[in-house]
Design a protein around this ligand. Sequence first.
Ligand code: IPE
Ligand code: IPE
Ligand code: MG
Length: 247
Amino acid sequence: MITPQFDSAKIESLGIDPTQIPKHIAVVMDGNGRWAQERGLKRTEGHMRGEDALFECIEGALELGIGWVTVYAFSTENWRRPKEEVKFIVNFNRDTLRRRRDELHARNVRIRSIGRRNWRMPRGLLRVIDESVEQTRDNDRMTFTIAFNYGGRAELVDAVKALVAAGVPADKIDEKAISAHMYAPDMPDPDLIIRTSGENRISNFLVWQAAYSEFLFLDSLWPDFDRTSVYDAVREFQARSRRFGGL
Ligand code: IPE
Ligand code: IPE
Ligand code: MG
């Protein structure tokens, strides 16, 4: 089913204020392995079941008119996992994107990615990402950013390297200059970061950008996430009071 365009009456009927929708939500999709293990399945089965959760998340966000969704798919630390699991995750992400990018394109979603491109990044996956980014570059309903081979510290290291390489003098380095050298300089900071699986940590996700994000840690595991989880998260977000250091 194609999600209808932004419908404020429907949003209000969900108990959500359509004028206070977060501009950017970022998601740490965690708990796939535990979801599978609880059922006596292989961890890889959990990753596979995460695909439905991801597309439910995107649909829910589209319904609410959320303009930016960023998902943590693979961290710079996830290479520490057994070779077989890493290989599965890489291939699964590549194949999922290849299979479903037309659907995202039809929904007017712009696909982007953040992460280290020139270190360990498998060429096949990089190619599918680049093709998807190119295919959807003019879409403007939502920007869906995949963080793969992403680490917040690696991103800061890369930004510092780029500043030095550009010969930027010390007195010209400020927060704006650093932000301008992040992987996606036009991406607004996330208003809300959601993490499933009961772990209350950031695990190197959007370290710079999360300075004033609201955090929502859920006990549920990623494969059980769906669009109602997005509604619940936005309702919770709207109940928070953000002060940004002011009064
Ligand atoms: C998240 O699920 C997916 C990735 C990190 C790639 P996990 O694989 O971390 O699942 P748990 O946390 O071990 O249950
Ligand atoms: C964070 O989950 C990374 C992703 C979801 C891609 P991890 O499962 O890798 O995080 P830790 O190891 O529990 O901190
Ligand atoms: Mg995990």
